[in-house]
Write a protein that binds this ligand. Sequence first.
Ligand code: TRP
Length: 338
Amino acid sequence: MADETKKRVFSGVQPTGKVTLGNYLGAIRNWTPLQESFDCLFCVVDLHSLTVRQVPAELRKNTLDLTALYIACGIDPSQSILFIQSHVHEHAELAWILDTVAYVGELNRMTQFKDKARRHADNINMGLMNYPVLMASDILLYQAEYIPVGKDQVQHVELARDIAVRFNSRYSDTFVVPQCMLSKTGSSIKSLQEPTAKMSKSDPDDNAVISLTDDPDAVRRKLRRAVTDSDTDAHCVRHDAAKPGISNLLNVYSLCSGVSVADAEKQFEGKGYGVFKEAVADAVVSVLQPIQAEQKRLLADKGYLERVLKEGAERASAIAQRTLSKVYRKVGLVPKIR
Ligand code: TRP
């Protein structure tokens, strides 16, 4: 059961595209230790995914794959609440109320909205614009205090804060005002092809991204092709702002092997990029293999996944219902007779 004395943490990942090594090292992996000290909810945000066109059968498959991946990465469903967003109908309902508190102007200014509107110019649907309100709803429903997210989501969490503060001052104290929890390590794994840009799920260049489901051959091929730097001391493995490609690979190596960047620089002194890239590949493969094996095992055990999701939805609903009925009362809706 939810422990009322612990502070609450909420985070979510969309079941779209492939979860990348960057998502894992920068986010999901850092969530597992939080489970001890916080009351954690981890959500597969399928409703958010509908804001860009999906193939229904693929969305369904990705949702279950991501659920299994969460567990394979160390989310413990007996400790944390692991659930699918659409299984708890209060998310969409609270989003409607929050829509009446959020302003068109502030949503129109969201960087990610502007960016996605540019990339999906043929499908600038209302959901795309409302996306951050649904996210605020995810967070505020559970009175979550800390939101572990990447830098690209900070603006959305700030909007959730603004909405919470505005609602609280208009209708009296109702929501905990959430804050971002930015991870210190690995939050900036970069593209293998363009090492000044983030390694992003939605990158159309497959060679730029290592996905958590890539097999060892794919990992090796992508790392061999990774862009490196041709500076004056080419082939020197050094972490340096002037060498973004090698610096990124050093970060990946360090996070996957546990060897510090400084020690790795010494380890590869005079060895050249080729040898270094093979070692990075070995380290990445050794991190991915156990996760992939566990995900596969879980996906084969449908009964187990169904039990996890059923229980997760029940535990999440219990909290969500309490918040939503409080909100309905505060805004002046007549309570339903039961
Ligand atoms: N927008 C987030 C992302 O794409 C996913 C998300 C949805 C989320 N709801 C959330 C993250 C609530 C944290 C809290 O990364």
